[in-house]
Design a binder for this molecule. Structure first.
Ligand code: FES
Ligand code: FES
Length: 173
């Protein structure tokens, strides 16, 4: 087997691992590091359920080789926050019931992290466009957009105001 030694920081923990040159980042995270937030779904970049951050950029980890992350910083949903210190997006998803089965949620949130980094004040349409590569089979996307708008408001230092987020997205129901 053709392997390579990589040094990669995952959720702020340095890792030195031997990986096959053909192993996808998603499989490295799930199988070698037991980080199962990145979901194994379509395998070909279509669903976004495997999204993680590599050097603060959202990527579909089924399309990235683990060997390509040598020297990089990877963040998975497990490294974004925890039950005692949720990221604003995690809290907003919970408060807006933006997860049903939850299969898409990690990818939605990590894509939204980069979206809000690039554009802290997105419109509803910009949120929708930013999440176009992430598929949800359950929610019809309305509550997801509401959650992202609420988190954006909180991250801008404004009162979250679920009512504001609901109003912003409500006209599209
Ligand atoms: S599993 Fe990677 S995009 Fe679907
Ligand atoms: S909540 Fe089930 S796929 Fe999105």
């Amino acid at each position: 087997m053709n392997t390579r030694t990589i040094n990669v920081t995952v959720n702020e923990t340095p890792q030195q691992r031997e990986v096959s040159v053909s192993t996808a980042l998603r499989d490295f995270l799930r199988d070698d590091l037991d980080l199962i937030g990145a979901k194994a779904a379509c395998q070909d970049g279509m669903c976004g359920n495997c999204t993680v951050l590599v050097d603060q950029r959202s990527v579909k980890s089924c399309l990235v080789l683990a060997a390509e992350t040598h020297g990089a910083e990877v963040t998975t949903i497990e490294g974004l926050g925890d039950r005692t210190a949720l990221h604003p997006l995690q809290r907003a998803f919970a408060e807006n019931f933006a997860a049903q089965c939850g299969f898409c949620t990690a990818g939605m949130i990590l894509t939204s992290v980069e979206l809000l980094e690039r554009n802290p004040s997105p419109t509803l349409q910009e949120v929708r466009e930013g999440l176009v590569g992430n598929i949800c089979r359950c929610t019809a996307y309305v509550s997801i957009a509401e959650a992202v708008l609420q988190a954006a408001a909180e991250m801008r230092g404004e009162t979250p105001g679920a009512a504001d987020a609901t109003t912003s997205a409500g006209g599209e129901r």
